[in-house]
Design a protein around this ligand. Structure first.
Ligand code: PGA
Length: 248
């Protein structure tokens, strides 16, 4: 059975004060919401604030694929485990497009994360010009195959479908567009590893906010959300979580 998940990607936002407030304020707001996993991805330097609490599962927004070595500025999967992380985002579109991470790097990161028992949330999604030229499925298919072909147990991976044109733009995919992509993703997962696709959580991300959660979560193949901007405030994230349970 796949899990329902609402995750917050904080990117390069927040500070120690706002995070301490979040850690205090968020758990009571979702205490009565069962059957959903909340995960926060703070900037690296604030992971220790999450380590000091035990209510909110957390992870890192990125990692390096090597275990150790002369890689100035990088952080390994083992180091993240050491800080209590259970999850890591891999292949977020900002990593792919701004920091030029290649499919080869992302595959290595996924394998290294799994090796260290971190659950990767593998982010995939097409750019607007790819959608306009009818290449959406082609792009999603190669991103999935590039990243996951060598993974032995795909049930240990979470997928986030985040169309690049919807990230931070205020323009969300319609429920129908998102569902069409999620159905395709699940069918691709089924071809990569038959028999497991119903057990893999596929999240939607891209301008998710309380106002559009209800319609999106009604879609059969959307198992939750990876939320950027709207995850920074505990009340807003809790609202998204509440709708994700009530409307499913
Ligand atoms: P957004 O970001 O919700 O601010 O569009 C989503 C993401 O980048 O994961």
């Amino acid at each position: 059975m796949r899990k329902k998940i609402v995750a917050g990607n904080w990117k390069m936002f927040q500070n120690s004060f706002s995070i301490k407030d979040f850690i205090e304020d968020f758990p009571p707001l979702v205490a009565d919401i069962d059957d959903i996993e909340h995960i926060i991805f703070p900037p690296f330097v604030y992971l220790n604030l999450f380590q000091a609490q035990n209510k909110i599962p957390y992870g890192a927004q990125n990692m390096h694929f090597e275990e150790r070595g002369a890689f100035t500025g990088e952080i390994s999967a083992g180091m993240l485990r050491d800080l209590g992380c259970k999850f890591v985002l891999i292949g977020h579109s900002e990593r792919r497009h701004i920091f030029k991470e290649t499919p080869e790097m992302l595959e290595k990161k996924i394998l290294a994360a799994l090796q260290d028992e971190l659950t990767p949330i593998y982010c995939i999604g097409e750019k607007i010009e790819e959608r306009r030229s009818g290449k959406t499925f082609e792009v999603l298919s190669s991103q999935l195959r590039d990243g996951l072909s060598e993974v032995r147990d795909l049930t240990k991976v979470i997928i986030a479908y985040e169309p690049v044109w919807a990230i931070g733009t205020g323009e969300t995919a319609t429920p129908e567009i998102a569902e069409e992509a999620h159905v395709f993703i699940r069918s691709e997962l089924e071809t990569i590893m038959p028999g497991i696709s119903e057990d893999i959580s596929v999240l939607y991300g891209g301008s998710v906010k309380p106002e559009n959660t209800k319609e999106l979560i009604k879609m059969k193949n959307i198992d939750g959300f990876l939320v950027g901007g709207a995850s920074l405030k505990p009340e807003t994230l809790a609202q998204i979580s509440r709708f994700s349970v009530e409307e499913k």
